[in-house]
Design a protein around this ligand. Structure first.
Ligand code: ADP
Ligand code: 5GP
Length: 201
């Protein structure tokens, strides 16, 4: 019997990055509430050594590893990229991402600016989106209001954000996260347009 083989188009990688407090977490959660987007895009689950926050679930929000486990996995090449972000380690599991892509799934990575640089080097075809606030005082205010850091951590994040802003030039798309619904819509439009291009390729 002649088996017909249907070639699956490889998925596309979307990298959503930007300084801490710019709104990456908020935006991706809203983005995936849109059923049309959720059907076309999966978010990879990163690994981290930080403790789970209230309401976070292992395997859904992050893979919560001890430092020992994280370092072991790093040794055996488990991560596509890994970075120390402030005081904790974070990494993108390579196989998880590659399996999604092979199955034709488009994948969203929501990662820090240094990690995004590595992914953009390794995955030249990745679509990069930089999220920022209107200005630094809005970023400071958002970090303050989020209240998840100590004063020392807060200052570190603000200083790092100033450096990270210089990386914006390496990204294909820039989204200013001012009015949340407008920013979500803008990212939706970018994703839909990129996926349309993919279908036409
Ligand atoms: P990141 O994941 O980039 O560190 P978050 O998504 O945690 O940033 O956002 C930082 C803080 O700003 C959070 O308290 C979040 O609720 C708030 N926030 C995010 N986007 C907006 C927005 N458009 N308007 C007002 N507050 C926002
Ligand atoms: P949080 O602890 O607030 O969830 O995340 C802190 C920072 O780590 C955020 O900027 C987030 O985007 C980033 N991050 C989350 N997962 C990864 C990852 O797999 N790799 C890298 N490089 N950064 C990540």
């Amino acid at each position: 019997m002649n088996k017909k083989s249907v070639k699956i188009k490889k998925g596309k990688v979307f990298v959503l990055s930007g300084p801490s407090g710019a709104g990456k977490t908020t935006l991706h959660k809203w983005l995936l509430k849109n059923k049309k987007i959720a059907k076309m895009l999966v978010k990879t689950v990163s690994a981290t050594t930080r403790a789970p926050r209230k309401g976070e679930k292992d395997g859904r929000d992050y893979l919560f590893f001890s430092k020992k486990e994280f370092f072991h996995r790093r040794e055996i090449g488990y991560f596509l990229e890994w970075k120390k972000v402030f005081d904790n380690y974070y990494g993108t599991p390579k196989k998880l991402l590659e399996d999604f892509l092979k199955k034709g799934k488009n994948v969203l990575l929501c990662i820090d600016v240094k990690g995004a640089k590595v992914v953009m080097k390794q995955k030249k075809e990745a679509v990069s989106i930089f999220v920022k606030t209107k200005n630094m005082s809005v970023l400071r205010k958002r970090l303050e209001d989020r209240g998840s850091e100590t004063i020392v951590d807060f200052q570190k994040r603000v200083q790092t954000a100033q450096k990270e802003m210089k990386e914006v030039k390496h990204y294909q798309h820039v989204v200013i996260n001012d009015v949340l619904s407008v920013a979500v819509k803008k990212i939706e439009t970018i994703i839909l347009e990129e996926l349309k291009k993919k279908q036409e390729e």
